[in-house]
Design a binder for this molecule. Sequence first.
Ligand SMILES: NC(=O)c1ccc[n+]([C@@H]2O[C@H](COP(=O)([O-])OP(=O)(O)OC[C@H]3O[C@@H](n4cnc5c(N)ncnc54)[C@H](OP(=O)(O)O)[C@@H]3O)[C@@H](O)[C@H]2O)c1
Length: 339
Amino acid sequence: MAADIPSFNLNTGAKLPSVGMGCWQGQPGPGRDNELVDALVKAINVGYRHLDTATGYQNEGEVGQAVRQSGVPRSELFVTTKLRPGGVHDPVKEFENSFKALDIDYIDLWLLHWPQGFTEDDGGFGAGQACGLEHQKHLGPTFNETWAKMEDIFLNSHKGKVKAIGVSNFSIKNLEILAKTSKVTPAVNQIEAHPYLPEHELVEYCKQKGIHITAYSPLGQYNASIHDDKDLNEIAKKHDVTAATVALSWAVQRGTSVAPKSTNEKRMKQNITLIKLSDEEMKQVNNISHDPKRSTRLNFFVIDKETGKILGWTMEEMGWDVGFLEEPGKSTKKIAEGK
Ligand SMILES: NC(=O)c1ccc[n+]([C@@H]2O[C@H](COP(=O)([O-])OP(=O)(O)OC[C@H]3O[C@@H](n4cnc5c(N)ncnc54)[C@H](OP(=O)(O)O)[C@@H]3O)[C@@H](O)[C@H]2O)c1
């Protein structure tokens, strides 16, 4: 049975469950082939109806297998996948590979994973130099050009095989550049968001434009700061829940969907059981990032600590105004500055 959680309407008319399962986890490997499939079937049994994967996670095959194995009708499930930065040179080939690997009749949502692409396709996420902006045109397609190809796949060449297209990791600055040439408004912008990075301005901007926000790393990934946070724990105590439940409930209550990852059944259940926060409590969480020790990105995987670049782009090129703190929640020492 699906969990009793709200859904959000996308600008295509489709419904996106407010809590999805993050699939950036459990890579396949010798002896581990069924680990992810089992975890995802468990998640579907627990009530998850949205699975968030990406070509870059190298597990579309397992995600598709879990969908087919779950016994839940395809029409009740929502599957998101993403075009990886190394694949921007041939989006048709990338789409067809994802479609074949997933093998689930259609893809509900296909996102441009990052605004930047990479010059070299190493078969994984991508390698070489970053491209995607007008001044990098000599290196590869701009994200406007890649989006135009995604639009053509969605509207014409592969119509019906993909129900919606969207973007990920786009700032207001880059959404404005995209809007100059786009025919289709992205259905979703999937971004890092949690109480330490509420992105209030971007969330409001997307709301005005009819772009739904999905929050990734909504629990701050492997960092302990969200779980240890004093405000989240103060609220959690009152409701007899965990700080994680408060963070996820806050996110959904403000109109963003979330895609927390867990392979643990108890935590899967916990993450899909939301509570109602009072206006005061919402305000308390909204204001956490006013504390400079608690205003930071937590997806450390994407930052080069030497150069401060994000997958080859500067913070300015990303249009990001919040950087990375070395010790989230503890000090204001920075790895990368925002604007
Ligand atoms: N678009 C993008 O660029 C992008 C980037 C990053 C992530 N994502 C997507 O977002 C998903 C989630 O983000 P994420 O994996 O980075 O981070 P996350 O969901 O914020 O955190 C996952 C971590 O939190 C633990 N956890 C889960 N529920 C918990 C709970 N109730 N209490 C305590 N710990 C808990 C998990 O461990 P256990 O498994 O042991 O519970 C795991 O270590 C990814 O899987 C992926 O689908 C997208």
